[in-house]
Design a protein around this ligand. Structure first.
Ligand code: SAM
Length: 305
C-alpha cells in the first residue's frame, strides 16, 4: 500500500479535505482547486480514469486522468470557440469531422449550422460518451442530431483511412498530449488532417495555454506551417477552469480558396445560428476577431516560427 487511494489519483486532495486539486506534470508548481460537494462517478476505462463530481461553484465537472475536461458553468466558452472560429470562417460548411470531443459539446455547436449535412465524430473512449450522456445531458445533446455518426476508435487511425478531400472542416477537441491524445499533437497527424480536408478547408485544434505551454505551441506552429499551405493562425480564449485560465486553438487552412480567419465570412449574426430560444453564451463576431490578437510575448514567438 503506497498510501495513494483511487480518489487521490483522481485529484481528490488529501491536503485540502473535500477539494479537488488539479495536479499535473504539465503545470508543475501550481494546482487549481474546486470544492467538491459530491463525487458522482469514478471509473477506469481502457484508456483513462474517468470521474464526475458536483462542485459547489461550477456545476458538475468531468475529469479525465485527474485533469478537468469541462464544467457545466464554463464549457460554453470552450465549445463555442473551438467550433465557431473554424465554421464561421468559411462559407457553407457541409461536412465536419470532430476528433475527440466525446462529451458531445462540440457536436451541439456544429449542429447549430444549418448548412452542415454530415457530422462524423471519432472518440477513442466510449466511457466518456456514456458518462456524458448520463451526467451532462445539456452537453451530450449534441449526439441526438440526426446528422451525427459516432465512430469509437483512435482519431489517428480514423483519419488515415479518410478519402482525400472529404471534409470542409476538422475540429480536434483533444485532451492534453500526455496519454491517448499524444499523437494528436504530432506532425504525421496534421498531415492526415490536411489530406482529409478539401482545398481551402479548415482545421481547429485544441492548442494549450500561452502561459504554460509555449514550447508545445511553438512545435505545433512549426509543424502546421510545414503542413498547411493556406493560412496558419493561433487564437485563444478564457476558460476559468482550464490551467492558467486560458486555452488556445490552432486554426489552419489548406491550399485553395483563401481563408481569412480573422474576419468571419459566415457570421452568426447573419447565418441564423444564434437564435433567441437557443442563444450563444460566449461567441460573437467581435470576440472571434479579438481571439487572434496575441500578447506581445506570445506574438513574437508564434510569428517567428
Ligand atoms: N470538450 C472538452 C472540453 O469542453 O473541455 C474537451 C476535452 S474532450 C472530453 C477530449 C477527448 O479526447 C476525451 O474524451 C478523450 O478520450 C479524447 N481522445 C484522446 N485521445 C484521442 C484519440 N487518439 N482519438 C480520439 N479521441 C481521443
Amino acid at each position: 500500500e503506497n498510501g495513494v487511494s483511487a480518489s487521490e489519483s483522481d485529484g481528490i486532495s488529501s491536503v485540502i479535505p473535500g477539494w479537488f486539486s488539479e495536479i499535473s506534470q504539465m503545470w508543475p508548481g501550481e494546482a487549481h482547486s474546486l470544492k467538491v460537494e459530491k463525487i458522482l462517478f469514478q471509473g477506469k476505462s481502457d484508456y483513462q480514469n474517468v470521474m464526475v463530481f458536483q462542485s459547489s461553484t461550477y456545476g458538475k465537472v468531468l475529469v479525465l486522468d485527474g485533469v478537468i475536461q469541462l464544467t457545466e458553468r464554463d464549457e460554453c466558452a470552450y465549445q463555442e470557440m473551438i467550433t465557431h472560429l473554424p465554421l464561421c470562417s468559411i462559407p457553407n460548411p457541409k461536412k465536419v469531422l470532430v476528433i475527440g470531443g466525446g462529451d458531445g459539446g462540440v457536436l451541439r455547436e456544429v449542429a447549430r449550422h444549418s448548412s452542415v449535412e454530415k457530422i462524423d465524430i471519432c472518440e477513442i473512449d466510449k466511457m466518456v460518451v456514456d458518462v456524458s450522456k448520463e451526467f451532462f445531458p445539456r452537453v451530450a445533446i449534441g449526439f441526438e442530431d440526426p446528422r451525427v455518426t459516432l465512430h469509437v476508435g483512435d482519431g489517428v487511425a480514423f483519419l488515415k483511412a479518410v478519402p482525400e478531400g472529404t471534409y470542409d472542416a476538422v475540429i480536434v477537441d483533444s485532451s492534453d498530449p500526455i496519454g491517448p491524445a499524444q499523437e494528436l499533437f504530432e506532425k504525421p497527424f496534421f498531415a492526415s488532417v490536411a489530406k482529409a480536408l478539401r482545398p481551402g478547408g479548415v482545421v481547429c485544434t485544441q492548442a494549450e495555454s500561452i502561459w504554460l505551454h509555449m514550447k508545445i505551441i511553438e512545435d505545433i506552429v512549426t509543424n502546421c506551417r510545414q503542413v498547411f499551405k493556406g493560412s496558419v493562425n493561433y487564437a485563444w480564449t478564457t476558460v476559468p477552469t482550464y490551467p492558467s485560465g486560458v486555452i488556445g486553438f490552432m486554426l489552419c487552412s489548406t491550399e485553395g480558396p483563401p481563408v481569412d480567419f480573422k474576419h468571419p465570412v459566415n457570421p452568426v449574426e447573419v447565418n441564423g445560428i444564434d437564435t433567441p430560444n437557443n442563444s450563444l453564451k460566449f461567441y460573437n463576431s467581435e470576440i472571434h476577431s479579438a481571439a487572434f490578437c496575441l500578447p506581445s510575448f506570445a506574438k513574437k514567438i508564434i510569428d517567428s516560427k
